[in-house]
Design a protein around this ligand. Structure first.
Ligand code: XIL
Length: 369
């Protein structure tokens, strides 16, 4: 009924105004908190966190394994394709683009109101064979780079608002690796990649992503120098992805110092591929179960890591993404050829002590710096 007496209408006005005020305030805080307009609804392990908590996702497994799927729906607010947005999957042949799997992931994320973090436009580790054998001159290579980036970013423009543009460009000493892109385009391939991605999605958040840059050593310095060179050329990079393939023996204090340094320069910080090894040297032999003591160490490491992440300025906290859901899903078992238990869930998709560690880290007090 539209017959509202003037007295009841005015009674409702203050509440409506208060509601509007709260809405504006919340919106402003959220925008400030992650500089990413739509922070997805926190859930599961990320409940109470002011940043997105994610996992990488394998689309085949998502379709085939119900426990995997329901854990992702329940626990994570952000997803990254483990392989299905990489060049060898997206463009298996020159000018042939395959979107089926990546589209399925994007649909899943939309259905569950999760953020999709795009990974990765340029990575020598996923360059298809035909690219390695591509015969063209510099102009043709530049065209190849541009076309792959712009077609991919353009295809997902509506739903993927953040991308790892260049992945793992650096050697341990901080110099640029001589990858296939470097060999054909020289060091400028990095700047070209960011420029092409920016042209295709001017509002997107663009990241440089790498491993072992949390050590505060030559590699981090190389990354900072690379970012400074890009900035001097007028190229905007929004964030840095610390992959953080790490182990319980690592120092959270060192990781924290590296993150703080990057945040102080104005970049978003994404812990983009976290796994915390218990068996880095294979010292646990052929164990079939992780020792309780190692699981407790992992819990503490994760707790301290999350607490340290929350010490970053809120506007720099883009999110924490694990590189897999359960220990049975980890890429490390295949990569390292020995047992490993680096994630938050066990093979049965039950939360491990590290899961509790994450929750404790989210609840830890933020100390004024
Ligand atoms: C890995 C995937 O987990 C594997 O399934 C795949 O076979 C190879 O790539 N750094 C990255 C990720 O940026 O894309 C890699 O993912 C792991 C290392």
């Amino acid at each position: 009924m539209l017959f509202i007496s003037s007295s009841s209408a005015s009674l409702h006005r203050p509440r409506r105004l208060a509601g509007l005020f709260t809405w504006l305030l919340t919106g402003t805080l959220l925008l400030g908190a992650a500089s990413c307009a739509t922070l997805p609804r926190p859930r599961g392990v990320g409940m109470g966190a002011a940043f997105a908590v994610g996992t990488c996702v394998n689309v085949g497994k998502l379709q085939a394994n119900a426990a995997y799927r329901t854990t992702i729906e329940r626990e994570f607010s952000s997803v990254t394709a483990e392989t299905d947005m990489k060049m060898d999957v997206i463009q298996p042949r020159l000018n042939t683009f395959e979107w089926t799997k990546a589209d399925a992931l994007v649909r899943f994320a939309r259905q569950h109101r999760q953020r999709v973090h795009g990974h990765a436009l340029v990575w020598h580790g996923s360059t298809p064979k035909w690219v390695e054998q591509f015969p063209g001159d510099t102009a043709a290579w530049d065209g190849l780079l541009r076309q792959h980036i712009q077609t991919t970013v353009g295809h997902f423009k509506k739903q993927v608002k953040a991308w790892d543009v260049v992945n793992e460009a650096l050697e341990g000493d901080g110099s640029l690796s001589h990858t296939v892109w470097y060999n054909h385009l020289g060091p400028s391939y990095v700047a070209r990649a960011f420029r092409y991605a920016r042209q295709a999605a001017p509002q997107a958040l663009l990241f440089y992503n790498d491993w072992d840059i949390e050590g505060e050593g030559a590699k981090l310095n190389g990354a900072l120098a690379l970012l400074a060179r890009l900035k001097a050329q007028g190229i905007r990079v929004d964030g840095v992805g610390f992959q953080l393939h790490t182990s319980v023996g690592a120092s959270v204090g060192t990781v924290s110092a590296a993150m703080q340094k990057v945040a102080a320069l104005g970049y978003l910080v994404h812990l983009s591929e976290v796994d915390v090894e218990l068996n880095r040297q294979g010292q646990l032999g052929a164990a079939t179960q992780p020792p309780a003591e190692a699981l407790a160490q992992q819990r503490q490491f994760v707790r301290d890591l999350v607490a340290a992440y929350r010490q970053l300025p809120p506007a720099r906290q883009y999110g924490i993404t694990f590189w897999g859901v359960s220990d049975g899903d980890t890429w490390l078992r295949g990569f390292k050829h020995h047992p490993e238990w680096p994630l938050l869930f066990d093979e049965q998709y039950q939360p491990k002590p590290a899961y509790e560690g994450f929750r404790e880290g989210v609840a830890a007090p933020v100390v004024a710096r």
